[in-house]
Design a protein around this ligand. Sequence first.
Ligand SMILES: *Cc1c(COP(=O)(O)O)cnc(C)c1O
Length: 393
Amino acid sequence: MTGTRTGRRGSTTAWADIDLHALGRNLERLRRGLPPGQAVLGVVKADAYGHGAGPVGRALQRFGVDGLAVADMGEGITLRRAGVTAPILVIDPPLSSQLRLPALHRLGATVTSLIEARALATAANRAGRTVDVHVRVNTGFAGFGAPQADLTDLLAAVASAPTLRLEGLYTHLSGAYGPYEDGGLAELERFGEAVDVARAAGLLPPLVHALSSPALGRPLLTAAAARIGCTAVRCGAALFGIRMVDGESPLPLAPVMSLKARVTRVTALEPGDVADYAAASAAPRRIPVAVLPFGFSDGHHLHRLAGGVLLIRGRPAPILARPFMSGLLADLTDIPGVQPGDEAVLIGRQGDHRITVEDIAARSGLRPSAVPLLGPRVVRRYRTGATGEEQPE
Ligand SMILES: *Cc1c(COP(=O)(O)O)cnc(C)c1O
């Protein structure tokens, strides 16, 4: 079964294939790599890392994810409007102008201070609804979360408010994004102290979570998290098959997105012609080129990708000079016979070659999760069947 969501079939010249079957398998494999009983919250902020929040959120729900997480209220509302009924945690605490929204849209709210907790309780009371609350505690990352010293009072305030339900306690580990096997362990130990404080006060909520994607393939961290009482993980990148740290994970995760465009023109630079707006790009010889309708407004990583490659006719074609806003030139010197309409692959597999998000990140100096963030012109096509698209195992 193949599903497409483009209403402009014939006009599509650049598109992302989103393999929802691979997404489901990734979720399953992540689960298998975790100690038993851990809940998985799928992080789908930033439009599901460019994969499309609505379709991805609905698919994860179908695959049995325990909940979803987004950065802000607007993203949570978008998911509800897309028909997602699973629990949704909003990571940013509500601004005073947003206090009604968790009750109105059944969104789980993060609180990090007594002021936020009280204001949220008042708003929930007015709305006549109960709101799920996760308390975020700071363990040393960017000042996000409540100071450890405030934790007991904050948990007590949430637990005693009749319109708030204390659902979670969490933190986010920066060290896990570093190259070291035990990165994040010191932060996790600080979180363990917070968990002990909550337990001692009789205020330990059901969902206790700290680990995110890069930690999930590291037994040192997953075992330590289970030991201190974690009951859930939050993961975004790993669900999409994106590795945030080099050589990070023994988990066999498959990329979910491939990115394609059709050659719109085949032409040539004559000696002295420039390939972008810089004289330095003047062609030293005749260079046959393909024009691709994919520029830095379609994928901002392209802005940094001079010297990168894409695949045409199963062969790597170097990107010539710097891409334009809405297009790029690919060098066809080694690829004869290219025709307008031929399919080029910017991320994914063609013939014996494969271009990964991680390759592009390494070349462009971006974080891997930034690479699939695409511009509005790029259509997404959703494939749901096991045979929808050839996938590397
Ligand atoms: C973005 C985010 C995540 C997900 O991180 P991944 O590395 O994509 O798994 C988890 N927790 C918080 C608080 C986040 O902001």
